[in-house]
Design a protein around this ligand. Structure first.
Ligand code: GLU
Length: 287
């Protein structure tokens, strides 16, 4: 049996904090216990928010923690062709459509419906589902708008996709098979107006291309796993095992943020905190 493959996949859009440290250290520990490999993936598809200086700081923090990832890391911005190929596959299956509504237009549609007393359906993260008016647009009309310079995102035809694959589940550590409900997310984005892919699409493609067998990440991404399972089935990719871990919170019980100064790894390091103390702070015994 080939060894299991774990990965830590941060986005360089800010500084790492104790929550990232926990996730990275847990991946490291589980990989070592399983005699597995540990990969680092830099999720930098968002060219507006991701910066090389954040990436450099991130690598420094991880090295300081003493985690040895295989090198070189995979940088998503260097693999756009892989995501384009996956998008093409979904397109050929008839599962995508160009979505023309801007963020402001979506918000206005939702607000208008809610003003009439109709609650708008929300996804598991609380964002309103895409109205989907342009889902029914004829191919020639859509092509005409695109030729006319209209901006668009590419979205997944969720209902059709779910019908195609049927019931889905995933293997969650400590729980066994968990039912996946991708429909709760509506017509998710596969490629944005300003970038030719999306988080969901690239994470699924990369986990498969990197041979990841074990996805260990925060509980805030648990609901998104339903979308990932759906895309894996549609694209004919293997499903890894999943472990969604607890989130590290601040003293007031709030989720940590990348702009929080007192839980940032660089700040802690500058204040003289050691990697062993970081392990203790996140509830991992030093090993
Ligand atoms: N890049 C994502 C983040 O920083 C994590 C993606 C994943 O682990 O699947 O939140």
């Amino acid at each position: 049996m080939p060894p299991p493959v774990f990965r830590f996949a941060p986005s360089p859009n800010g500084m790492l904090h104790l929550g990232h440290a926990y996730s990275a250290l847990l991946n490291d520990r589980l990989a070592r216990e399983a005699g597995g490999r540990l990969l680092l993936r830099i999720e930098d598809i968002d060219r507006e928010r991701c910066r090389p200086e954040y990436e450099a700081a991130m690598l420094e923090d991880l090295a300081w923690l003493g985690i040895a990832f295989e090198t070189p890391p995979r940088r998503q911005s260097e693999h756009m062709a892989d995501y384009a190929a996956a998008l093409d596959t979904l397109d050929v299956l008839g599962l995508t459509y160009p979505a023309f509504l801007s963020r402001a237009e979506i918000a206005a549609t939702v607000a208008a419906a809610e003003a009439r007393g109709r609650p708008w359906p929300r996804d598991p993260d609380g964002a309103p589902l895409y109205p989907g008016t342009d889902r029914e647009l004829g191919a020639s009309e859509a092509a005409e708008r695109i030729a006319g310079g209209a901006l668009y995102a590419t979205r997944l035809r969720m209902e059709r996709s779910v019908d195609m694959v049927g019931a889905l589940s995933w293997d969650e550590a400590g729980e066994g098979d968990v039912d996946a409900d991708p429909a709760a997310w509506g017509d998710v984005i596969l490629a944005r107006r300003e970038m030719p892919t999306s988080y969901h699409l690239s994470v699924v493609v990369d986990d498969a291309l990197q041979g990841v067998t074990d996805v260990v990440r925060g509980a805030d991404l648990r609901a998104a796993t339903a979308v990932h399972r759906l895309l894996q089935d549609l694209l004919g990719l293997p499903a890894p095992r999943y472990r969604h871990h607890r989130l590290i919170t601040d003293a007031a019980g709030r989720k940590l943020s990348k702009s929080d100064r007192d839980t940032g790894l660089a700040e802690l390091r500058a204040a003289g905190v050691t990697p062993t103390e970081v392990r203790r702070m996140v509830g991992l015994d030093p090993s």
